[in-house]
Design a protein around this ligand. Structure first.
Ligand code: NAD
Ligand code: DAU
Length: 352
C-alpha cells in the first residue's frame, strides 16, 4: 500500500493513473480537494478497489496519523502542495501552511508510524518528497544547470515554502533516520494540468479566441518535462533510490516562453486552423511577474547514472501529444474552468 498525497492534482493524478497501468498495489490517495484538486481526473478508477480516496487536509495531524494506522503503508509519495507561483504572490499564507506545516505534519506522522514498525518493514519504508527546481533560484544565460549540490536561493513565496519543506525532509533523515528521498523537478506539462499554468492556459485561451498573456518580453527560460516522464522518474526513485539522497529530474529541454507559445500556436494551427490569421496573432505582452526568475535548467545526470532514468518524450513529441489531449478533452477543461478559476483570472490579469 502506498500513501500518496495530492493525488487529485495534476502530477499526482497522472502518477496514480500510470501506476495502475502496470501495478496492482493499492494507493490511499489523500487530498484536501482545493481548487487544484479534481476527482473528475480519476473518474476511470471509480469502483476500483485498488484506489482508496480520503478527503483530508495534510495539516490535520490526527487525521493523517489515523490514515497511517488504518492503511499501514510501505511508502509515502508526497505531492500535495500549493503549486502556483502567481497565487503565492497574491496570497502566501496558504503556501506556508500546506507546503511547510503540511509537510512537517506528514513527516512527523510518518516518523511515529515508522518507528513502531518491525525491523524489516522499517528498513524497507520510504518517504518520497516531491519538490521543484525553483528552490535553486534563477540562472544567468551562461550558468551551468542546477545540480543536486547547487545552493538554495528561492525567490518566490512558493519556492521559499518548498525550500522549507525540503529542509524539513532532509532533517528528518539526518536526525531520525527516516528513509527520505527527495526529487527536485523542472516544469511539467501534459494531460490534466490546471489551466492557470502557461501551457494549458495558452491552449484554452487560443481556442477561445482570447489573448495569450506573455509576462515581460517572453524570454524567460524553463526546462520542460512531460508529466509521464516525471512519474516514471518518481517510480524509479521510489524503487531504487538511496535514502537521504536528492535526485534532480529534468527534460534537457530549455525553451523560452515565447518559443513555447509559438510552438503551441503552430500545433493548434495545423490541427484546428483559424478561419482568419493565426493563433500567434492572439499573443499579448503583459506586465511581468514580480521577481520573475529568468531561467531554470536541470542537470539530470545523477538520476540517469544511478537509476538509468531519462525522459522518453522530446519537446516536439510531448507538446504534440499534449495539444492532442486538450483538443480531445475539452469537456475536462470546461469543467475545471468554472468558479474559483474565473475569480482567479480576474485577480491575476486585470491589473496587467
Ligand atoms: P497541483 O496544484 O496541480 O495539485 C496539488 C494537489 O494538492 C491538489 O489536488 C490539491 O487539492 C492538493 N492539496 C493542496 N493543499 C492540500 C492540503 N493542505 N492537504 C491535502 N491536499 C492538498 O500541483 P502539481 O502541479 O500536481 O504539483 C504536485 C507537486 O509537484 C507539488 O509538490 C509541486 O511543488 C511539485 N512540482 C510541480 C511541478 C510542476 O511543473 N507542476 C514541477 C516540479 C515539482
Ligand atoms: O519549475 C517547476 C515549477 O514549474 C513548479 O514547481 C511549479 O509548481 C509550476 O507551477 C511551474 O512554475 P512556473 O512559474 O515556471 O510555471 P507557470 O506555468 O506559472 O509559468 C511558466 C512560465 O510562463 C513562467 O516564466 C511565467 C510565464 N507565464 C505564465 C503564465 C501563467 C506567462 O508568460 N504568462 C502566463 O499567463
Amino acid at each position: 500500500m502506498l500513501l500518496l498525497t495530492g493525488g487529485a492534482g495534476f502530477i499526482g493524478a497522472n502518477f496514480v493513473l500510470d501506476w495502475f497501468k502496470s501495478n496492482d498495489e493499492p494507493i490511499v490517495n489523500v487530498d484536501k480537494l482545493t481548487y487544484a484538486g479534481n476527482l473528475g481526473t480519476l473518474r476511470s478508477l471509480q469502483g476500483d478497489a485498488r484506489h482508496i480516496f480520503s478527503r483530508t487536509d495534510i495539516c490535520d495531524a490526527a487525521a493523517v496519523q489515523a490514515l497511517f494506522e488504518q492503511h499501514k503503508p510501505r511508502a509515502v509519495v508526497h505531492f500535495a502542495a500549493e503549486s502556483h507561483v502567481d497565487r503565492s504572490i497574491h496570497g502566501p499564507g496558504a503556501f506556508v501552511q500546506t507546503n511547510v506545516v503540511g509537510t512537517f505534519t506528514m513527516l512527523e506522522a510518518a516518523r511515529q508510524y515508522w518507528q513502531g514498525l518491525p525491523d524489516d518493514e522499517r528498513r524497507a519504508f520510504r518517504f518520497l518528497h516531491v519538490s521543484t527546481d525553483e528552490v535553486y533560484g534563477s540562472l544567468e544565460p551562461a550558468d551551468p544547470p542546477f545540480s543536486e549540490t547547487t545552493p538554495y536561493q528561492p525567490n518566490s513565496p512558493y519556492s521559499a515554502s518548498k525550500a522549507g519543506s525540503d529542509h524539513l525532509a532532509r532533517a528528518y533523515f539526518h536526525t531520525y533516520g527516516l528513509p527520505v528521498l527527495t526529487t527536485n523537478c523542472s516544469n511539467n506539462y501534459g494531460p490534466y494540468q490546471f489551466p492557470e499554468k502557461l501551457i494549458p492556459l495558452t491552449i484554452a485561451n487560443a481556442l477561445a479566441g482570447k489573448p495569450l498573456p506573455i509576462y515581460g518580453d517572453g524570454s524567460n527560460v524553463r526546462d520542460w518535462l512531460y508529466v509521464g516522464d516525471h512519474c516514471a522518474a518518481i517510480r524509479e526513485v521510489l524503487a531504487r533510490g538511496k535514502p537521504g539522497e536528492v535526485y534532480n529530474v529534468g527534460g534537457w529541454n530549455e525553451q523560452s516562453n515565447l518559443d513555447v507559445v509559438h510552438l503551441l500556436c503552430d500545433l493548434l494551427q495545423a490541427r484546428r486552423p483559424k478561419a482568419q490569421g493565426s493563433y500567434r496573432d492572439q499573443i499579448t505582452f503583459v506586465t511581468d511577474r514580480p521577481g520573475h526568475d529568468r531561467r531554470y535548467a536541470i542537470d539530470a545526470r545523477k538520476i540517469e547514472r544511478e537509476l538509468g532514468w531519462r525522459p522518453a518524450q522530446t519537446f516536439q513529441t510531448g507538446f504534440a501529444a499534449t495539444v492532442d489531449w486538450y483538443l480531445a478533452n475539452q469537456e475536462w477543461v470546461a469543467d475545471v474552468m468554472s468558479g474559483d478559476y474565473l475569480k482567479w483570472v480576474e485577480t491575476n490579469y486585470q491589473e496587467r
